[in-house]
Design a protein around this ligand. Structure first.
Ligand code: ADP
Length: 409
């Protein structure tokens, strides 16, 4: 089945065309046929990029005034590039939807009821859900016969028990405003956990895992027998690890203090927390880990400190989630930093030998952008690098939801 995976933002659409079915999933041979993006939608300088491997990327800049025009143009280009003979070959659309609240614990075919529930979650993710919904409306117009499936970032974490998702606020805030830990990056954590079990031929019940998704946004998850039992992001993606431009865990009273000292509004504070903290905030120069590693090697003390805070926070969560799980079989690194940076992985795992984590320096150094083990043979916990593939999991979920096949993971 050819599935179009859409990730719709305020002025952009990212897409992949993926061929998948039961046999291809089993043999891990379902693949991306084409991928691309339309950026700066709503301007006369929108950029459409489409790659149909092994051909070079096509890039066009032109006027594209709305998301419907963007999707129509993207599909026409897929046809021009022979990725599809015509639009009817696209048999389903899978949408990345950031927030499914407490309502969705799995991917679903979108109907009126589901649309309404996603609408109800807009308040929880005002920067994302409206655009994800817009992707659905537009795809429904362009391909009215085709089933559409929502795959939620939060769904995987709905298995968290109350003691992990509840904040220490008056209970009425949970009841009235649904304030609790939801967690994000669920599709990524679920994908790498599934791959880990495939690689080691383990059943869900046979593997307790800690997964670390380290990209611009960063989160870690404790996965007990295939179920998320705790995750570092919270009510929003602000909580937990240090990130590119977000500070992660912080004493909330420090924020009131800054607001009163600098006379900041709520809006100012929100901008500060989203755009000027984290690696960028501490280093004072960049949110890009590659640049910070280079700067630190040249003696830049703030870049060095930013890296140390980043790695120490990961180490603390490894400790916390080891306690949550009781027994850990594997630790998985993924995301742009997790997949590509031996130095960060080494620093985050430094001194954890007593806990059963021993990194093999040669294996670690050679594992860049590919799947494989980086722990020593003697390490009790297998430490793995597994490149994430959220689009592939969205396509697989879409296929299963459309066919009514229960999800095995
Ligand atoms: P996003 O969360 O936006 O999808 P990515 O998963 O692509 O982000 O991760 C982006 C981060 O990965 C950036 O901080 C980038 O510097 C980092 N990164 C990419 N390659 C390397 C590398 N070779 N070494 C260290 N960091 C890297």
């Amino acid at each position: 089945m050819k599935i179009l995976v859409l990730n719709c933002g305020s002025s952009s659409i990212k897409f992949q065309l993926i061929e998948t079915d039961i046999e291809l999933i089993e043999s891990n041979t379902d693949r991306c046929i084409a991928k691309g993006s339309v950026e700066r939608i709503g301007t006369d300088e929108a950029t459409l990029k489409v790659t149909v491997p092994p051909n070079p990327t096509i890039s066009v800049t032109e006027e594209i005034l709305d998301h419907q025009a963007a999707l129509t143009r993207a599909i026409a280009t897929l046809k021009d590039c022979h990725a599809v003979a015509d639009i009817t070959q696209i048999q389903a659309v899978g949408h990345r939807v950031v927030h499914g609240g407490e309502h969705f614990s799995a991917s679903v075919v979108i109907d009126d009821k589901v649309e309404e529930e996603i609408q109800n979650c807009v308040e929880l993710a005002p920067l994302h859900n409206p655009h994800n919904l817009r992707g659905y409306f537009v795809a429904r117009k362009v391909m009215p016969q085709v089933p559409q499936v929502a795959v939620f970032d939060t769904a995987f974490h709905q298995t968290m028990p109350g003691h992990a998702f509840m904040y220490g606020l008056p209970y009425s805030y949970y009841r009235r405003y649904h304030i609790r830990r939801y967690g994000f990056h669920g599709t990524s954590h679920r994908y790498v956990a599934f791959r880990y079990r495939k690689i080691f031929d383990k059943k869900r019940e046979e593997a307790n895992l800690i997964t670390a998704h380290l990209g611009n946004g960063c989160s870690m998850t404790a996965i007990e027998k295939g179920r998320s039992i705790d995750t570092s992001m919270g009510f929003t993606p602000q909580e937990g690890l240090l990130m590119g431009t977000r500070c992660g865990d912080i004493d909330p009273a420090a924020l009131f203090y800054i607001m009163s000292k600098d006379e900041l509004t709520l809006h100012d504070m929100s901008t500060l927390l989203n755009k000027f903290c984290g690696l960028y905030g501490i280093s004072g120069e960049s949110n890009d880990m590659r640049e910070l590693i280079t700067a630190s090697a040249k003696g830049d003390e703030q870049a060095k400190l930013a890296i140390e805070v980043f790695c120490y926070r990961i180490k603390k969560y490894i400790g916390a989630y080891s306690a949550s799980l009781g027994h850990v079989d594997g630790l998985v690194f993924t995301g742009g930093i997790g997949e590509n940076s031996p130095a960060i992985r080494a620093l985050a795992c430094e001194g954890l030998g007593e806990m059963g984590i021993q990194i093999d320096p040669d294996r670690n150094a050679s594992m860049v952008g590919k799947e494989g083990e980086i722990s020593t043979d003697a390490s009790r916990i297998r430490v793995m690098v597994i490149p994430t593939n959220e689009e592939l999991l969205i396509a697989r979920d879409t296929f299963r939801a459309v066919r009514g096949i229960p999800n095995p993971h």
